[in-house]
Design a protein around this ligand. Structure first.
Ligand code: NAP
Ligand code: MG
Length: 505
């Protein structure tokens, strides 16, 4: 069944604030100032709703990367940030969050223009999420604690005084993807600053606009020069240079598992500390007791939110065989809510995909699935549009575990729906993947909920909800979905080293 082709994809005008941001001269934010690149190369900003080029930004050279790292190194080594009273650092971070809040509408619009997500979604989720993340992380600056006394265990009491200091790691290189550009940038910067580190951040080449605006706002926050440096450019050049740089102490990356593995190998040469938040193929399990009218729209949201371009997207649906047909029917019905529209269309819930490349990748997977024998329950095609990278919400059924649409991260609005018989079987199916980022369980049966939550190999398990991410809760992946945890206390501690001090008395 295909219900949503030939949707009228109207384009909407940009605001004056957005036009101003798009008209800015391509520059880099290094040592608290806007500076020209040492090279002349630029990259294009493309609005995925129209496919049109709307601005340009710097493609940083090796020299630019080196300058940014040198600025972060100086800012760390002279203690202008880490030696400040923690409450002062905390205050500056709260101020930054307040400045973001004052620019919320503009930031949401820029995110919509750059990434293609509906402005309403960016305004409801990305921007408040980023603001909340800064407020939450700021609090740790004064709560993390510095030193803890621990009595030695092997010597008589009173002969030694020993304690453990918690210190910032140093300079952090942070590389983020295009699916939640501002939120990801802040999710990286905030815990690093809280811990006392300094930062060089590289946004994804598809989405640099909000990171550049964030630099302007950091300038206004009182955070000293050089503490946050933001450079734009290509991953395989500027990103790679950052990861290899001898003056970088820690690398934090969010993106594809493929690039994550390269980064991990490169960073290992100099034993840099590494945090990786990578891909997923998250299962969503519907048990027989749930009302299909609740499970249908709930599990549709789990995949179609942000056009399925979410690392935790619920891209494998498992419904118990006794309710499979009714869940599927309600899911397909709910798909019309996610009909793609231009990102500035106030009626939109789902926008286009981020790029031509991503469009071709997703359509390629759908074709592979069809060729391998999958049937299309809804979607499976692109709506007619003049430019733009729209894909209709798609449900594939009659799939087999070995198909690429079941095994690989598609990162688009595509779900594969399968049946199961009992809890052990579905736990096995759900875990039959190289990924382990997240999972969803829909049931009111408490015992089954907790049993399954224990069995699933995933960093986050949701019950009767999905994509519910909170700054206080550690986030990260099992298996090839990542290394380490972000957010919560663990997320700040990941930017620190422990030092034991033992003094003979
Ligand atoms: P990606 O290549 O992993 O990009 C993520 C970031 O890493 C970008 O800033 C990228 O720079 C940079 N990068 C790329 N190669 C690098 C290298 N060798 N060294 C250092 N940095 C490097 O992701 P993508 O190409 O944009 O998307 C491809 C697929 O990745 C998607 O289809 C999806 O399956 C997955 N993905 C997952 C997530 C997630 O949250 N888990 C997010 C985005 C994408 P550029 O700006 O030049 O690309
Ligand atoms: Mg890339």
């Amino acid at each position: 069944m295909t219900v949503m082709t030939n949707v009228k994809l109207e384009q909407f005008p940009y605001s004056e604030a957005a036009k101003k941001a798009l008209a800015r001269k391509p520059q880099l934010f290094i040592d608290g100032e806007w500076v020209d690149s040492t090279g002349g190369a630029t990259l294009e900003v493309i609005d995925p709703s129209s496919g049109k080029v709307v601005s340009h930004f710097v493609d940083a050279t090796n020299d630019d990367v080196d300058r940014a790292v040198a600025a972060a190194r100086r800012a760390f080594d002279d203690g202008r940030w880490s030696d400040l009273p923690p409450m002062v650092r905390e205050g500056m971070l709260h101020k930054l969050a307040d400045i973001l809040a004052a620019h919320a509408d503009e930031l949401a619009e820029l995110e919509a223009i750059d990434n293609g997500k509906p402005k309403g979604m960016a305004a409801a989720i990305d921007v408040p999420g980023a603001i909340g993340m800064i407020h939450y992380m700021a609090g740790w600056a004064s709560k993390l604690g510095g030193a803890e006394q621990i009595e030695p265990s092997a010597t008589p009491r009173g002969l030694f005084h020993s304690y453990v200091r918690r210190e910032p790691i140093g300079v952090a290189a942070q590389i983020v993807p295009w699916n939640f550009p501002l939120l990801m940038a802040v999710l990286k910067i905030a815990p690093a600053l809280t811990a006392g580190c300094t930062v060089v951040l590289k946004p994804a080449e598809q989405t640099s606009l909000t990171a550049l605006r964030l630099a302007d706002l950091i300038q206004q926050s009182g955070i000293p020069n050089g503490v946050v440096n933001i450079i734009t450019g290509n991953g395989h050049t500027a990103g790679d240079r950052l990861v290899r740089h001898p003056d970088v102490d820690k690398v934090a990356f969010t993106g594809s598992t493929e690039v994550g593995k390269i980064i991990n190998k490169t960073a290992t040469d100099s034993l840099k500390r590494v945090t990786l938040e990578l891909g997923g193929k998250s299962p969503v399990i519907v048990l027989p007791d749930v009302d299909p009218k609740v499970a249908g729209p709930g599990t549709a949201q789990a995949i179609f939110f942000n056009s399925g371009q979410v690392c935790v997207a619920g891209s494998r649906l498992y419904a118990h065989k006794s309710v499979f047909d009714s869940v599927l029917e309600n899911f397909v019905e709910a798909s019309s809510f996610w009909q793609p529209r231009a990102s500035l269309d106030p009626a939109g819930h789902m926008g286009p995909l981020v790029s031509d490349e991503q469009f071709n990748r997703v359509m390629g997977y759908i074709e592979q699935g069809k060729k391998a024998g999958a049937s299309v329950a809804v979607g499976g095609d692109a709506p007619a549009s003049e430019g733009g990278y729209y894909v209709n919400p798609t449900v594939l059924v009659d799939v087999k575990p070995e198909m690429s649409v079941v095994r690989e991260e598609i990162f688009g609005p595509v779900v594969v729906a399968q049946r199961f018989d009992d809890l052990d079987e579905v736990a096995r199916q759900a875990n039959d993947t190289r990924f382990g980022l997240a999972a969803g369980i829909w049931t009111n049966n408490l015992s089954a909920m907790h049993k399954l939550a224990g069995k699933l190999k995933a960093g986050t398990v949701w019950g009767n909800c999905h994509s519910m991410i909170d700054p206080a809760l550690p986030f990260g992946g099992y298996k090839e979905s990542g290394l380490g945890r972000e957010q919560g206390r663990e997320g700040v501690e990941a930017y620190t080293e422990l030092k034991s001090v033992i003094i003979a008395l």
